[in-house]
Design a protein around this ligand. Structure first.
Ligand SMILES: Cc1cc2nc3c(=O)[nH]c(=O)nc-3n(C[C@H](O)[C@H](O)[C@H](O)COP(=O)(O)OP(=O)(O)OC[C@H]3O[C@@H](n4cnc5c(N)ncnc54)[C@H](O)[C@@H]3O)c2cc1C
Length: 470
């Protein structure tokens, strides 16, 4: 019998535990330790007055297959819900004005000349700069750099402030000045190395792609009919109840030879292997003196905090001018310029997914991240909701009284893949390989999104499982 401890009951730990559960008949026993009283980590869905409110992630990228596959394996594949891409438009808030992202902009690569020429998102000099990108030469140096420096080299500073920065802030709650281009935008680094110009590489890739049938084109985002928590609840329901230890923060982890001892308030338990599905700093705390080099590397991975604020409205209470502005999936806030609010992004939830708000009602999901989230963490729910209402008033002219507001705080929950991240992860992998029976998973290493965490959790379990007997 191989005994494996999974520490951390977010999606990464749940994915690992589900893999172990599938191997239980083959001589594997596991225990899942979770500090809080619930499973799911930052994935949490609440219901109020017919609204489905996402406290943490609201969906995942459809092109990454692992979360959707997990849902199919759990028997809830028929509840996968696509984003309403027919009304997908994203706006950028620039100096109190909402400007639609021009057609043909693939992340920050403008692939269509006419929309680039006619958009009011960029100044004339920025447009000329972007148009010249197709003559860029392949780069010799393979050194990592920040996303801001990479994008500036190709398209100029305005593309960072108005597109790349806001898009990444919405995903990482972090800054393009610090995020590593190799870790965050690896596809673009490859394009630059091979072709020089990202525009040319993108256009060539498109001509090589088979023409997709509209029905076969997946939506950009996927969620579940019952909300993201449907996925974590479904995993939890498949696990053996006796294996789940809620309200069990692990205090220490000790290693003696090939055995690992997990220490909680309830006592000590010995295991053959452990999966740390925790933020990197929490994994470092547990590993303590096991390996000071490893804990040093883990502590080197920075984290940001974030806050989501949900505001529900009666559509009838909102004036026509404001309603006309509530178009597409929502807006991202540009950097620099006159935008000085807390909010980085706002999603018009009912436009993005069906079934989130009752008929005639609207749900706004506002995202605060980075320094603004850290500075706002101690504010009361009332003060946070009031600040966000003030910003929505400014941007949309939204003066109506909300039906209700909800505030969710996520301290130190989003790993920041800063310049040099991939080298750090390679060093961590080497150090972990010297500690038999240890595996790491979670959003700190190879992808912050839910699908990446699902993949990482399952891969950690696979690494520790005994080889199949013939
Ligand atoms: C506000 C927000 C919005 C997001 N939006 C999206 C999105 O739309 N799409 C997307 O793909 N991704 C999104 N993400 C990212 C994604 O949700 C996370 O990266 C992912 O869910 C993290 O999963 P995890 O299991 O690694 O960590 P977590 O969910 O943080 O789970 C870690 C668990 O470990 C537990 N723990 C900590 N210490 C101990 C201990 N000592 N002993 C036992 N247990 C412990 C914690 O209580 C927690 O439950 C978002 C994240 C946030 C915060």
């Amino acid at each position: 019998m191989t005994r494996i401890a999974v520490i951390g009951g977010g999606i990464a730990g749940l994915s690992a535990a589900f893999r172990l559960e599938q191997k239980r008949a083959g001589g594997v026993e596991y225990a899942l330790f979770e500090a809080s009283g619930r499973l799911g980590g930052v994935i949490r869905t609440e219901r109020q007055d017919g609204f489905i409110i996402e406290a943490g992630p609201d969906s995942f990228l459809s092109e990454k297959p692992w979360a959707a596959q997990l849902c199919r394996d759990l028997g809830i594949g028929s509840d996968l819900l696509s984003s309403r891409d027919h009304q997908r438009k994203t706006f950028i808030l620039v100096n109190d004005r909402l400007i639609e992202m021009p057609d043909g902009l693939m992340f920050m690569v403008p692939t269509k000349l006419w929309p680039l020429a006619t958009t009011s998102l960029f100044s004339l000099s920025a447009k000329l700069r972007a148009a010249q990108e197709r003559w860029s030469k392949p780069r010799e140096s393979g050194e990592d750099e920040s996303v801001a420096s990479f994008v500036t080299r190709h398209f100029g500073r305005e593309m960072v402030e108005r597109v790349a920065g806001p898009l990444l802030a919405g995903v990482y709650g972090g800054s393009a000045e610090k995020l590593s281009v190799r870790a965050v935008l690896p596809r673009f680094v490859t394009m630059e190395r091979e072709r020089g110009s990202l525009v040319r590489a993108m256009l060539e890739a498109r001509t090589k792609m088979p023409v997709a049938q509209p029905a076969a084109t997946p939506s950009l985002f996927t969620t579940l009919a019952g909300g993201m928590q449907q996925m974590t609840d479904a995993v939890a329901a498949k696990l053996a109840p006796a294996s789940i230890r809620l309200d069990s923060p692990v205090r220490t982890l000790r290693r003696a030879g090939t055995q690992w001892t997990v220490v909680t308030g309830a006592g000590e338990q010995a295991f053959d292997a452990v999966i740390l599905a925790l933020p990197a700093y929490a994994a470092a705390d547990l590993l303590g003196s096991t390996d000071s080099k490893l804990t040093g590397e883990l502590r080197g991975i920075a984290y940001n905090s974030s806050i989501t604020v949900a505001l529900a409205y009666d559509a009838a209470s909102i004036g026509a001018a404001t309603r006309a502005k509530i178009e597409g999936f929502g807006f991202l806030v540009s950097q620099g310029g006159a935008n000085k609010g807390k909010m980085l992004a706002c999603t018009y939830v009912q436009n993005k997914f069906a079934g989130r708000a009752p008929a005639g009602k609207l749900l706004f999901r506002c995202f605060i991240g980075g320094a603004a989230a850290t500075a706002s963490m101690q504010l009361s729910d009332e003060d946070l909701a009031s600040a966000i209402r003030g910003e929505l008033r400014q941007v949309l002219g939204l003066n109506a009284e909300p039906l209700f507001t909800r505030v969710f705080r996520w301290p130190q929950a989003m790993a920041q893949y800063e310049v040099g991240h991939l080298d750090r992860v390679a060093r961590i992998d080497q150090l972990v390989a010297q500690l038999p029976g240890l595996a790491l998973a979670g959003n700190a290493y190879r992808g912050i999104g839910v699908p990446d965490c699902v993949r990482e959790g399952a891969a950690a379990a696979d690494r520790l499982l005994p080889p199949p007997t013939k």
